[in-house]
Write a protein that binds this ligand. Structure first.
Ligand SMILES: [Zn+2]
Length: 334
């Protein structure tokens, strides 16, 4: 942690404490602002000055053990946020300490492993108490081209007026990474564009204003219905787990993912989030195109794997439903 509490109750940062030490003015007893247990000062060579619990205990207020990347990331993000932002502000009502807090924006820089349960708990607590959790990923969770996204990488995808987005931080290059134009193609997997922004004081002001982020149209690979159907067939033949589950659910309803009307295989607006699952949702619709949304939604929910904790599933599926209706109407007019 970068902040500790002194005997009088004042908060002090690692670098302030180092200065105080050099003037021989440093207090002796330091505690963790979260759990109140004793912490010690660490002025290492590889890590910036920080504090650590004296006894290696599980402190519920801290998100993780501290790596050099995490410590450096917090300092970088402090530079990025407006001046009144706080490092490691303890929120007693949640017993949580976001890495940084600015107004209701709780910033978490995640660069080491976190269990799905712990992540859900922290995110849920923020949302319930009216905080906006902004998860920023460290090196090991950044998405790469053609690689499968980790559960955590998916879980922190956010919605903004510009569309879906994901954030990362490269502490070595001091760059904030903004992933946008998220899409999915059956041949290539997840597609995205990334804009790198140097962490400077003027950056933050523009971040949350619509239209201020640079957007070049990203070229998309061609999408062929016949080829996609073939690819689905291959996924089934190689017994891809998600596909087997999806096909099983369709069989139970008397359908077959490989024998649907052509419109079911067209690319969709929510393609990135749903990948191949979109075909299953369209199958549900095609069984009964007069179905009302809530009835379809309940079935869709059961069919779906949904790792995106920060997105409104019902809103996304309402859009899928509307799109099904458009595509089905168009197809039946031909
Ligand atoms: Zn503690």
């Amino acid at each position: 942690m970068l902040i500790a509490k002194e005997q009088g109750g004042c908060l002090i940062s690692g670098s302030e404490y180092r200065e105080a030490l050099s003037r021989n003015e440093a207090g002796q007893r330091l505690v963790c602002p979260g759990c109140g247990e004793a912490v010690i000062f660490k002025n290492g060579r590889e890590k910036i000055p920080h504090f650590a619990h004296q006894i290696n205990q599980e402190c519920r207020s801290l998100s993780e053990g501290e790596t050099a990347e995490h410590l450096a990331g917090k300092e970088l993000l402090l530079r990025l946020l407006p001046a009144e932002a706080c490092l490691e502000a303890y929120l007693p009502e949640l017993a949580q300490r976001p890495d940084l807090l600015w107004r209701r924006l709780a910033v978490e820089f995640q660069c080491s492993g976190i269990t799905a349960r712990r992540f859900q708990e922290r995110t849920h607590n923020y949302l319930v108490q009216g905080y906006d959790p902004w998860w920023i990923l460290g090196r090991r969770f950044l998405p790469g081209r053609g690689l499968r996204w980790s559960q955590l990488t998916k879980a922190v995808v956010r919605a903004s007026p510009q569309g879906l987005e994901l954030w990362g931080l490269d502490t070595k290059q001091e760059r904030l990474l903004y992933y946008h134009d998220l899409d999915w193609h059956y041949r290539e997997g997840a597609l995205f564009a990334v804009t790198e922004c140097f962490v400077g004081a003027s950056l933050f002001a523009g971040l949350f204003h619509p239209g201020s982020r640079c957007h070049k149209p990203v070229p998309k690979p061609r999408w062929e219905i016949a080829e996609y159907r073939l690819q689905l067939q291959r996924s089934l033949a190689s017994r891809t787990k998600g596909m087997i589950r999806l096909q099983g659910a369709c069989y139970q309803l008397g359908g077959n993912l490989l024998a649907l009307p052509d419109w079911c295989y067209l690319p969709g607006r929510q393609q990135f989030l749903l990948e191949q699952q979109l075909v299953g949702l369209r199958f549900l619709f095609s069984r009964n195109p007069q179905v009302d949304f809530m009835k379809w939604y309940r079935q869709a929910e059961e069919l779906l794997e949904w790792p995106f904790l920060l997105l409104d599933q019902q809103k996304v599926l309402a859009d899928v439903f509307a799109e099904c209706r458009e595509l089905w109407q168009e197809a039946s007019q031909c």
